[in-house]
Design a binder for this molecule. Structure first.
Ligand code: 5GP
Length: 194
């Protein structure tokens, strides 16, 4: 159980299509007693298969802006044009209160902000795709985005790759099994399970 002075945060960040979601899902399942997913608020539209309150809290732009004005976010970003995403103070405190460590799945800029704010309390992990070409193929195969969205995500990925050395750890995802095991290992060390 985390005590007051041991409040930690784990961040997974990566360009879209790097395999971050697969790694996140496995970690949350395998370490359910220690980690809890930090559900972000977003203004983007809900996708088929997503559940409001589980994947994201889907809110209007005016509600999002109200949250910004009332300092309810530890960080927020307009990740894609017109689409806002933010980590709420309430969510982080809820998870700490449960004695668990929040696992944040947020973009590169948001991750850098949280690291700056919480310093050594944070373990920031960058999941690196083997190449931009592989990433584009994964996005096409996933089939959740149209061509315009894919090209937007690929361009953003190129930009995000430039920040990879600003994170505590970089995990190359050329093999999902190895990448997941490696990520689990460094998380266990960080939260003192090893
Ligand atoms: P998607 O629309 O595919 O669910 O997510 C797009 C991107 O937004 C992903 O890179 C995801 O990590 C990021 N994201 C999700 N929630 C947050 C958040 O609360 N803050 C920030 N900065 N990025 C987020």
């Amino acid at each position: 159980m985390n005590t007051e002075h041991e409040k930690k945060i784990i961040i997974l960040t990566a360009p879209s299509g790097a395999g971050k979601t697969t790694i996140k899902t496995r970690l949350l399942k395998d370490m359910a007693g220690q980690l809890s997913f930090s559900v972000s608020a977003t203004t983007r539209t809900i996708r088929g298969g997503e559940i409001d309150g589980v994947d994201y809290i889907f809110i209007s732009e005016s509600a999002f802006k109200d949250n910004i004005e009332n300092n309810r976010f530890i960080e927020w970003e307009m990740v894609y044009p017109g689409m806002y995403y933010g980590t709420t103070v309430e969510e982080i405190h809820r998870i700490w209160k449960e004695g668990k460590t929040p696992l944040l799945d947020i973009d590169v800029k948001g991750a850098l902000s949280v690291k700056k704010l919480f310093g050594n309390q944070v373990l920031s992990i960058f999941i690196e795709p083997p190449s931009i070409e592989v990433l584009e193929q994964r996005l096409l195969k996933r089939g959740t985005d149209n061509a315009e969205n894919i090209s937007m995500r690929v361009n953003k990925a190129k930009e995000e790759m430039q920040y990879k050395n600003s994170f505590d750890k970089v995990i190359l995802n050329d093999d999902i099994e190895r990448a997941t095991a490696e990520t689990a290992e460094i998380i266990k060390q960080f939260i003192g399970l090893k």
